[in-house]
Design a protein around this ligand. Sequence first.
Ligand code: 2HG
Ligand code: ZN
Length: 468
Amino acid sequence: MNPEILGRLHNLLGDQGLRTDPLSCQTYGRDWTKTYEPAPSAIALPTSTAQVQAIIQLANQNGFKLVPSGGRTGLSGGAVAAQGELVVSLARMNKILAFHAQDRSLVCEAGVITAQLQQFAETKGLFYPVDFASAGSSQIGGNIATNAGGIKVIRYGLTRQQVLGLEIVTGKGELLKLNHGLVKNATGYDLRHLFIGSEGTLGIITQATLQLLRAPENLTVLVLGVPEFAALMQILQRFQANLDLTAFEFFSDRALHYVVQDKGLAKPFVTPAPYYALLEFENDSAQREQAALQAFQDCIEQGFVLDGVMSQSQTQAKNLWRLREMISETIAVYTPYKNDLSVRVSLVAEFLKAVDQIVTERYAAFEVIWYGHIGDGNLHLNILKPATMDKAEFFEHCAAVNEQVFVLTQSLQGSISAEHGVGLLKRDYLAYSRSAEEIAYMRALKTLFDPHWVLNPNKLLSIDTSSL
Ligand code: 2HG
Ligand code: ZN
């Protein structure tokens, strides 16, 4: 970046608000993907919406590109700055600005950490339901930009469901205040929803109004040993007949093996099982507990379940959750190749069987780790790199199987990215989940809000320079 622009950014942001040192560039230039080398030109850390607006206007005037940046816990390269972009980190815009008790909502800046939001809700006797293993470092702006899902979607929905209002600076540098915290607002196109999940390609989220909910009572966890894929969805159906589950997750014995071995966690029970289901429900009455036990009993009798354990305390519930939540972090050291796929819940059994066939044929030489939010139809399929294999060779080998997996997903009208976003990693595969007409509308919307494509260039959609 030329020194004159750096000087103008420095004047705008001050010493604390602009960094160019190599460590900051390494840190802020990457997310949790291991595929790309960070190479930003500098890091901007604005403290106000006005500063964000000024940065975007400067980028438009001078033709440099911006990468909006939250907690950088993404897994698709959406927050990677590998092409000399200026990273715009919202980390210093981290205040909860207002709480409205009657509305059961709060207004906060985009850099608020998810866990901080959850704790704030708790202090008000309420609940922010979006939760996942990276809640300790992910930021609400990033959650909204990727429409983050996680472990409670089956009951509470995705981040989208919680967003009552947004403040945005568009790629053009205009300030938009959308929906103003309203529950009902039938005045035409709801632009708020365009920005949710737009991966920082249309605007930078600076503030959000979020819905809080009644806190659930006595969340109780069951971990069940399952003999085969097909039984998983039978279990889901049987339990849902009796209960509103707050989570329904699954993982394979290899996934369990790694968290037990590397994190020193205890196995849920001794009976071996190839798969495990983790269920959670609000155990708020003796009848509810009885209903869960009855469903468990029925599943044992039908052969859907081999063994199981039900948490008897909040500590035990937390420890059982760790068996599932620690998987991604634990296997990260094995440089996994990641898939984040979804189909309709009713097609999951068929889908798993077909994916299993592909995996057995095409990944025979590799270790495959299965887990995911199976109650939402979402499978996380991770392939581990053999220690002796070169990273580039491994990724190339894995990518060669993409087509087969994505054609299958497409044939079931599923998604090639259920919750991790498209970013750089899945960009060239978008057409497996979105039609040519949809992609053309997406490009037109991108150009409408960001005419010079300054925001998160080449993420989600590739830059077609001829259209600029
Ligand atoms: C999870 O559900 C996260 O644990 C990460 O979405 C999934 O690492 C993954 O593949
Ligand atoms: Zn997930």
